[in-house]
Design a binder for this molecule. Sequence first.
Ligand SMILES: [Ca+2]
Ligand SMILES: [Ca+2]
Length: 510
Amino acid sequence: MSKLLHTSSMVAILVVCSLTGVARAAETGQKRPNVLFIIVDDQSPFDLRLYNPDSKLDTPNIDRLAAEGITLDAAYHMGSFSGAVCTPSRHMVMTGRTVWHLPIGPGAKTCPPNYEQYSMAAVFNDAGYDTMRTCKKGNSYAAANSQFSVVKDATKRGGTEESGSAWHGKQVLEYLDQRESSKDDDPFLIYFGFSHPHDTRDGTPELLAKYGAVNHTDKNNLPAANPRQPVLPVNYLGKHPFHHGHPGLRDEVSVSGVWEKRDPQTIQNELGREFACNENIDIQIGKVLKKLERMGELDNTYIVYTADHGMAIGRHGLQGKQNLYQHTWRVPYIVKGPGIKAGTRSTGNIYLLDSLVTVCDLAGIKAPESTEGISFKSVLQEKKETVRDVLFGVYNGGTKPGMRCVKQGDWKLIKYDVMDGRVQETQLFNLADNPHEFIAEHGKNDPKLTDLAEDPAYKDKLAEMEDLLLAEMRRLDDPYRLWNQPDDGLEPPVIKKRRGRKKKPKAAVK
Ligand SMILES: [Ca+2]
Ligand SMILES: [Ca+2]
């Protein structure tokens, strides 16, 4: 009898214990995770040592995110129908819509009016999150940006605390201080954007000195060579072999410090400036990570690090973000947070536009039905290697129909149909053999280290990739077709000219 009593009281104790456990779990379950979404402006993944072991760039804090989280090797932005590549990219980040279904551009009619009500901050506000952002101003989605409860936007591309990246960092630190002093324990979404390393790449004096660069402003002279500067990119060219299709494009002709020059001295100095800006961003991220750690919030925060798109700076003889080579089409993408194993790496095959549905998924929030992104939570948790097989990219902010690319596995096709039919080019790359997309002009003298489109040995692969590209263009409602594709009865979209932007007559050449 006493034994029985003893047993039943043990059971009772166990039941009480496990109930307490349940209650405790429910309590912790109620503490919802924070989201810190870090997005830099114009950064090639190949700047970072994480993606390019030969890079000289120091980013200890970004490296820390990777060491404590997961690095994705195949993250892309879907592209742009505008020279301001930032603008569609940031619309995709905010809405999760695909490039031809954004509230701006040729597919604008596919979005209901006031689409900002379905954008990132609006969704998190509805879920009871506190939302705050800091970022550059302009070339963005203003209506979606204004949905954040706290907005601290300004374009900061200078080389001082007040005029550079430190200003964006300060806005986040002050916001966190305020939350701390008001004991606000609602979960937060902080959109931590930077204005750099977008040009003008004015670095701080110390970091410019570290990377051997100067804030070069004299168009008539070259900046001094300096052994501290980054070496030329492996796929550097003095000139791209054919026209990229956007005559007078700002990024290719008038970036201060580069202009139309592609000589090694100019490019290495500009890369030094880019690195100085990149490291300054890293320093600001470090301050915010330390602050979150002191607040005890770091372990309960999902932190995303990415860029709105990549950047050329001398790679393939190009300077800007208006091309579809890997250096520019790809973006860095790192995620750290609860349930993500430290120091892992995965492929992903994600787009920036998958970010919204994924952070919603991580935070346990329902994403808007109209999002077209795919949650890659399963990739972050190493349950899956990829979320899709085929990736598509477009740049047609210049002459139409423009550039397109498609990638499946190691194979990538890029097509250029620009300059009113005067440039019709096709490139086929096997990225396993030729990850830097060397073309004939790189002179590698290795049949694998070049563009394979003209090689009869790859005729079938080329045809397969052409079919895949057309299928993606149809699937995504691309309103254009290229010279060797069926027209599908499409009428090319009418491009509205912006008011008050009449072309000045060209000055006489002296
Ligand atoms: Ca940008
Ligand atoms: Ca609050």
